[in-house]
Design a protein around this ligand. Structure first.
Ligand code: ADP
Ligand code: MN
Ligand code: MN
Ligand code: MN
Length: 345
């Protein structure tokens, strides 16, 4: 028998941005446990904005588990938060609202800033570093500093060891700003992995005395870049049937549901989606081929391939909940009849 350190992870009830929480329990197993072997567990919801003090026990239901390379016999256990009955999803549990669809694929591009002493890593004590230009995909101490890349590489290695499907990493446009991409097949997979990748990043940064700033416009109304989390998505129908008519009906549904999407695409998006700097205004829906100034960018390949393939919603921001984002995108897609017909077939 081996004693495993199970780090149960969940999203708290803070608003408008839910925070990550985790606590450890030790359990003995003969070999590396399956998900089904991981028990339900409780926590004090009154400490996380998820319950009143009098009846405060919420339930953690394991939904995915990942190898934790930072701990001997460590496992990261992503959980859904359930009501005390153990079966009803808690209102803060957006994962439970995602339509089950193995044919839905998501790719999220998470942008973020490293922050130290209240400013982006590498910014001088007062004023600003050299303007944006050399930082995006840059190399050298002046562009990248001496610490950021070390953390980014360690993070990548930990995520790959965990089995998280990282697809790439890059230094972003602002000093101290970076990006990683995660892709997953199945409506919940990329979102699960995004939350666990965020957890691994934040925990890793503790020992560097650095924080992750996910706000979508941390430097406010300046020329410094904001942070997004573009959501690339496709369904079986989009990839294999597609067609111009279906695509246009889909875009009409996205337009109709504009406010429902914006509601879950992360707070303060009006400060980021201003219509300037390769963004579409937050309150006006648009789409365009290879257009980085549109709400939804349609890749060239999509049009060339008879309107089949994937689409990129550029509006979700870096603080968005990938569960809520995936949930809303699939909800809108489900309103377009062709998809319903294909799903029923
Ligand atoms: P850019 O920065 O140019 O927007 P990235 O390479 O950073 O591009 O991100 C593209 C994302 O699109 C990746 O996460 C990738 O996995 C995702 N993607 C590619 N093909 C599909 C597909 N068929 N369905 C869903 N997502 C996809
Ligand atoms: Mn990208
Ligand atoms: Mn980017
Ligand atoms: Mn993108």
């Amino acid at each position: 028998m081996t004693k495993y350190k199970l780090e149960y992870l969940w999203l708290d009830g803070y608003s408008p941005v839910q925070g990550l929480r985790g606590k450890t329990q030790i359990k003995e197993f003969a070999e590396y446990p399956t998900l089904e072997q991981l028990p339900l567990w409780g926590f004090d919801g009154s400490s996380t904005m998820q319950a009143e003090g009098s009846n405060s026990d919420c339930v953690l239901k394991p939904v995915r588990h990942f190898f934790d390379a930072t701990r001997e016999n460590g496992i990261l256990v992503m959980c859904e938060v359930m009501m005390p009955d153990g079966v009803t999803p808690h209102p803060t549990n957006a994962r439970a609202t995602i339509l089950d669809d193995d044919g839905a694929w998501f790719g999220f591009e998470q942008e973020y800033f490293f922050y130290k002493d209240g400013r982006p890593l590498g910014f001088p004590t007062t004023g600003y570093p050299a303007p944006q230009g050399p930082y995006y995909c840059g190399v050298g101490y002046a562009a990248s500093g001496s610490v950021a890349r070390k953390i980014v590489e360690e993070h990548l290695n930990l995520c790959l060891a965990a089995g998280i499907n990282h697809e790439g990493i890059n230094a972003e446009v602002a000093k101290g700003q970076w990006e990683f991409q995660i892709f997953g097949k199945g409506s919940k997979k990329a979102a699960d992995e995004m939350w666990v990748a965020r957890y691994i990043l934040q925990r890793l940064c503790e020992s560097y005395e650095i924080d992750i700033e996910y706000h979508c416009k941390p430097l406010g109304d300046t020329d410094w870049n904001g942070s997004g989390m573009h959501a690339n998505f496709s369904t079986e129908h989009l990839r294999t049937v597609g067609g111009k008519e279906y695509f246009e009906a889909l875009m009409a549904a996205f337009e109709k549901n504009l406010m429902d999407h914006i509601a879950v695409y992360g707070p303060d998006n009006d400060k980021r989606l201003t219509g300037k700097h390769e963004t579409a205004p937050w309150n006006k829906f648009s789409y365009g081929v290879a257009d980085r100034g549109a709400s939804i960018r349609v890749p060239h390949s999509f049009v060339k391939n008879d309107y089949k393939g994937y689409l990129e919603d550029r509006r979700p921001n870096s603080q968005g909940d990938p569960y809520a984002i995936a949930s809303q995108i699939l909800k809108t897609i489900s309103e377009v009849p062709a998809q319903k017909a294909a799903a029923a077939a």
